[in-house]
Design a binder for this molecule. Structure first.
Ligand code: AMP
Length: 364
């Protein structure tokens, strides 16, 4: 029986473990929190910091292959381990995604368009870059930003002042893309072939993913085909294997790379029930050396993220039991209004049906 290791024990680790068990694969997770969600279903647990080299080595020793669900694993720790143990995705895609500047340069070098951007380190640099790029634009910290943290939209010169605190660390200034909508693409590649999941259309609220709808309404099949092709080519050219999620802005018949993550992605959770195979299962197959399976959409699907403020509403839906409504609660101890506590997948429901029948159950 194969064992895979996951650095990180959050909801992604939890869902990796659930799918691994369906394939007869054991899972050991490492997380600093003793009550991490994944530990509830893992076969082994290591409670340790992400930079604890000895603990990470112990994880590698116990497993046939190791992956990560946490993006900020330090290279100093991961690179030496990847030389000795089987960490098939390696450090490369993490390295390429840990800095927004490097991430965009890499995307451009390998076939994606990106919003115009410039590295910015101080106030004069910010003024110069904003003059060139124009308003509106978005200032983002180069590292450690997530869910809209560490960024500010500058609508005019008057907004420069309030964005200055971000410049305590190196930043990137991006042109604001007046996009029609956002989509994401999730892919799994094993070095020989890649499988791509149907592209989902994302709706964000408060900088956090709120809904993912598949098929992506408004996305012409030809454009979806180009997005998938560009993604597959990108993975091939970069030499990435394993899982990769790419978030894109769509405007007219063009698409722009925003960011990527070499791990299962929140916008891919709908695949658990809405697709014939899902992002977690294909990642496990890749890690366990099993052949990948091409996913197919089961029916139009909407995924609603459940933050703390909607936890009770999701629990009520679960208790009622509705056909095609799949409630996932991650089992996190502490609920906070904006913390991701679970998600609900509505299979056989498109965006309009979701709005009419289900949206009213959740906070506006
Ligand atoms: P990010 O952390 O880069 O994913 O940004 C969070 C959200 O902010 C995105 O999902 C977009 O909705 C918005 N955003 C980020 N960058 C831009 C941009 N260059 N133009 C327009 N909106 C953006």
């Amino acid at each position: 029986m194969k064992t895979i290791g996951v650095i990180g024990g959050g909801q992604l680790g939890l869902m990796i473990a659930e799918e691994a068990h369906r394939l007869g694969v054991r899972v050991v997770a490492l997380d600093p929190a003793a009550e991490a969600p994944a530990f509830a279903v893992c076969d082994g647990r290591i409670v340790a910091a992400y930079d604890d080299a000895a603990a990470l080595e112990e994880l590698c020793r116990q497993c046939d292959a190791v992956t990560y669900e946490f993006e900020n694993v330090p290279g100093e720790v991961l690179v030496p381990l990847a030389e000795k143990y089987n960490i098939p995705q390696g450090f490369e895609p993490l390295y390429d995604s840990q800095d927004r500047l490097r991430e965009k340069e890499n995307a451009r070098a390998h076939g994606f368009d990106t919003p115009d951007y410039e590295a910015v380190d101080d106030e004069p640099g910010l003024r110069r870059a904003a003059d060139r790029i124009g308003y509106p634009c978005v200032l983002k910290t180069r590292t450690l930003g997530y869910d809209g943290h560490g960024q500010a939209v500058l609508r005019s010169e008057a907004d420069l002042e309030k964005a200055l605190p971000l410049l305590a660390v190196p930043c990137i200034l991006e042109a604001f893309v007046d996009f029609d909508y956002e989509v994401s693409l999730v892919m799994v590649a094993d070095g020989e072939r890649a499988v791509t999941f149907p592209v989902g259309r994302n709706v964000h609220r408060d900088g956090i993913l709120d809904l993912c709808c598949v098929p992506a309404e408004g996305l012409a099949p030809e454009l979806e085909r180009r997005i998938r092709q560009t993604g597959e080519r990108f993975m091939r050219e970069c030499g990435y294997v394993g899982i990769l999620a790419v978030e894109l802005f769509v405007r007219g018949d063009r698409f722009f790379f925003n960011e990527m993550a070499p791990r299962p992605h929140n916008s891919g959770h709908w695949t658990i029930e809405g697709s014939t195979t899902n992002q977690f299962r294909e990642l496990v197959r890749f890690l366990a050396g099993m052949p990948l399976e091409e996913p197919r959409l089961v029916a139009p699907t909407v995924m609603k993220n459940i933050l703390g403020r909607d936890l009770e509403a999701a629990q009520a839906l679960a208790a009622e039991g509705h056909e095609g409504v799949h409630v996932h609660i991650y089992g996190k101890r502490a609920s906070r209004p904006l913390r991701k506590m679970g998600h609900v997948t509505f299979v056989g429901t498109d965006a309009a049906a979701y709005a009419a029948r289900w949206a009213g159950r959740f906070e506006k």
